[in-house]
Every structure is written in C-alpha cells, then in structure tokens.
Design a protein around this ligand. Structure first.
Ligand SMILES: *Cc1c(COP(=O)(O)O)cnc(C)c1O
Length: 480
C-alpha cells in the first residue's frame, strides 16, 4: 500500500534537471573541517518523480483545502485564494523590513487600514498588530493590564480570574506573565457565575480573562454584570477573542464591557493556520490602555504613513519587526472582500451551521449544556461510553470518512467532549455528509463497537502514540 519514498526511488546518476557546467573556477574558501569529504546522500530522481513525491506528501495529512475540518475553537475556515494572490504581489512580498518608511508607504497603509478595521470590529479605540499568535496576544494584553495598574501606583495586584471552561493557553499565559491563576467553577448551564466572581475579587485582582461566546459555544449573558463586578474591584476585563466568528457585525467586545482583547487573524480572518502559519494575534484596547500597546504602531500623520516608536509607556516589542506582515495583508484582503455586511453574514452563517449540526445530531449524541449554541457546539460521547466507545474512537473513525475530527476532550468541564465548529464556509451538502457519518458512527457504537477501536483503517498511518509523536518527533528519513 504505502508508495515508495523519494530515497527509495533513487537511481544513481539520474537527473531531474541538467545543470550547466560551471564556468567559474572552484573557490577554496571553506576551512577543511567544514568542507564535505563525500557527496551528500541526496536522492537522484527525475523531475516528475520529485513532483509526484511532494504532491503525494501534501495530501497525506488532512487540510482545509482537502476536506471538512470541524476542529472546535480553531475556526478552520477555508482560506480564500484571493488572499494569496494579493500577498504574492511583489509590492508586498518583496518589502524589506529595514526599508525606509518613505519607500513602503503602501505596506504601512495596509497595517493602518487593518488597525482601523479591527477597531471597528472590536469597538475599541486602538490596536497593535505586533503579537504573532493568540497566546502571544494574551501575554501582551496581560502585560498591558499589569503596566496599567503599576502606572497608577496601584501595586499589589497579581491575581487573574478565569472560568474552568477556559482555553488552555489562558492559565499558561497568566503564569507566564508572573500572575496567579484563580479558577472559578462555571454554573450548571456552563456560563460564568457572577456570585462566585464577586467572592473572588479584591485589591489583588489584575483582571478577568474569558472567551465569549465561551468554549461551550454559549454566549455569556451575564457578561455586563461580571464586568461591573470586576471594574468595581479595580480590575480589568480581558477578552480572549482568538475566535471571533460569532460576533462579527453583531456586537463588539467593547460593548460587552471588556477593556482589552486579542484577535486571531488565523481563525476568524481566514489567514492560514497550523502548518500553513505563521499566526497573527493583534491586540485591541480602550483609550485608557492605549499607551501600553506594544511598539511600533502603524499610524497616519497628515498624508504620510509611519511607524510610531515614540510611546514612552509601551510594554515594548513582542515580536521581530512589525508582526507577521503577510498575515496583515491576507486579513485585510479578507475583510475588504467581505465588507461590513459580508462579515455579518459570516457570523450569522457560522451560527446557523453550528445549530444545524446541533439539531441534526442531538438525538444521537448527548448534548450536555445548552439546547442552543452560537458558532460551535459541544457534544459528549457519554452515551457511547456505555458500549466502551470513547470520544477518541469516534474522532479516529471520522478520519476514515475523509473528514478531520472535531476537538476532543476540551472544554475540560464536559466529560468525553467533542467540540464541533463547522464554520460558515461549508455547504449544506458537506454538513449533511458529516452528519450522516456521525450518525453511522453512533450506530456502529451500538452494533460493532470493536470496529471503532480499530479506526482509522484507511489513513496513511493508523493510531499513533500522539503524546510521544509530539514530544519526540522523528521526522528524519533513515535509509533501511
Ligand atoms: C486558538 C485559541 C487560543 C490560542 O491561539 P494561538 O494562536 O494558537 O496561540 C486561545 N484561546 C482560544 C479560545 C482559542 O481558540
């Protein structure tokens, strides 16, 4: 079954491309110890064998250009190809980070326009495009919150509240920022518990960090009340806006009572994700926090665009140069090609799609929290567990249908969680195929549960020791 690897196809002396013979004298500049003593053991293959090898490799892993990818919280929406054609323009692709600003006015304008768009989307007064990921955005926001308190002479604040439904990066960031994590249990319905938060706030509070809609896909309807409690205690409200796919054009984090947030361009704003990265996690905030944003900030003064480094209260730089500029170009392309009404449709369709999946599967799988959801829905495999089938088995079996699995075992507060985020970019036909697969798996869990333990059977590799693969990856080909 497995086709031959490039090294195995190698035939001595075979060439893909004839190279012209060198017409310059060989230089002898490498010190002896660094120079090769024998040829590198590279595969010798024809051009078409090399092309087939890489095309085959590119399809061995699942990806969003290949099939449905309902990985909850991650917003694996389709990455429109227009983004790629714009960012490949030489005016963007060839810009050098050290170019004088007068030579790259257009590039800086892209950053200014993206800032403006994110301000409108978030409702906030200012943004910085520096952070290169969501987790980095969280750290940026927390450092700004700490500096805000310190700047007011309000020392002695070191505690940050999160709910027990929080994304794993939240407690990690809090610890990394030198603060203490205060975890508050959610209410039975999965939302924040204002009374428990009231009991936890005091003069040691830096702020509260939460995702809304939360990781159960439920809107935190008490958020204004919670914001009042936090603000009365002198704390700040941080919104983990990694996933903003339910809010575009519907409401803003500013209107919900938040002070600062990050936005993952590689989720809501369709820039590539995972191996296609890098990410980008801009931070937006209120006027009160603006002085602390990381530098530089792209700005317009009069008719010219510049990078503002003169920000004495800034927390400083969070990343090399100006953030991941290629992602800024892609995200702005996405925002402008959708327009204001289009972005609102994005969120409405994302919510509709998740609710369609929820409604179609709720007879087959346990729905542990709400009977409604926003852009994602969390099921539990508890019912299947009675037959010895776990969420992991269901996830693995889905791979045999040519689909990516949902996020499993997160959020932690749902037993055997399966978190499905279909996104707005999937058609009803694709959702129906997914629903049919999930229904068949639910049936197999009753009739042939052993089959699910064996899955996947059609993928290039079967079940892996995922922890070992992640911790000790062996990506090196060794010739047998
Ligand atoms: C993805 C995600 C993050 C982390 O974003 P990265 O870019 O992976 O660092 C944080 N919070 C939530 C809710 C997320 O979905």
């Amino acid at each position: 079954m497995p086709e031959k690897l490039l090294y195995e196809l190698s035939v001595e002396g075979r060439r893909g491309v004839p190279m012209p013979s060198s017409d310059v004298p060989a230089a002898d500049t490498l010190p002896g110890s660094l120079a090769r003593t024998e040829d590198a053991p590279l595969p010798e293959v024809s051009e078409n064998e090399a092309v087939r090898h890489f095309v085959r490799l590119s399809t061995m892993n699942h990806h969003v250009d290949k099939g449905f990818y309902p990985l909850g919280s991650c917003t694996m929406k389709y990455n429109p190809k227009v983004n790629e054609s714009i960012v490949a323009m030489k005016e963007f692709a060839d810009v050098h980070p050290f170019a004088p600003t007068r030579m790259v006015q257009g590039a800086i304008r892209v950053m200014v326009e993206l800032n403006e768009a994110l301000k409108e989307i978030s409702g906030f007064a200012a943004c910085s495009l520096q952070p290169p990921a969501g987790a980095s955005g969280e750290l940026t926001g927390l450092m700004m919150m700490k500096k805000y308190h310190a700047d007011r002479g309000d020392s002695g604040r070191y505690r940050v509240i999160i709910p027990d439904s929080a994304h794993g990066t939240n407690p990690a960031t809090i610890a990394f920022a030198g603060c203490e994590v205060v975890e508050i249990p959610s209410k039975e319905d999965g939302t924040l518990d204002p009374e428990a938060i009231r009991d936890a706030v005091d003069e040691r509070l830096v702020g509260l960090m939460v995702t809304n809609p939360n990781t159960l896909g439920i809107f935190e309807s008490n958020i204004r009340q919670v914001a009042d409690i936090v603000h009365e205690a002198g704390g700040l409200m941080y919104m983990d806006g990694a996933n903003l796919n339910a809010l575009l054009g519907i409401t803003t984090p500013d209107a919900l009572g938040f002070d600062v947030m990050h936005i993952n361009l590689h989720k809501t704003f369709s820039t590539p994700h995972g191996g296609g990265g890098p990410g980008s996690g801009p931070v937006c905030c209120t006027e009160a926090l603006e002085p602390f944003l990381p530098t530089p900030i792209a700005a317009k003064r009069g008719d010219s665009y510049l990078l503002d480094w003169d920000r004495p209260k800034s927390i400083g730089k969070m990343h090399g140069f100006y953030g991941n500029f290629g992602m800024h170009v892609r995200a702005l392309t996405y925002i402008w090609s959708n327009g204001k009404n289009g972005l609102e449709d994005v969120s409405k369709l994302a919510i509709l799609n998740a609710n369609y999946v929820r409604a179609m599967l709720q007879d087959d799988y346990e729905l542990p929290r709400a009977d409604r959801c926003l852009h994602e829905v969390v099921f539990s495999a508890d019912r299947q567990a009675a037959n010895g089938v776990k969420a992991l088995d269901i996830a693995k079996r889905l791979l045999d249908f040519g689909m990516h699995a949902p996020t499993v075992y997160f959020p932690l507060i749902v037993h055997e969680a399966m978190m499905i985020e279909p996104t707005e970019t999937e058609s009803k036909e694709t959702l129906d195929e997914f629903i049919a697969a999930m229904k068949q798996i639910a049936k197999e869990a009753i009739e042939t549960p052993e089959r699910l333990h064996e899955a996947p059977t059609t993928t290039p590799v079967r079940r892996l020791d995922e922890a070992a693969a992640a911790r000790n990856p062996n990506v090196r080909f060794t010739k047998a």
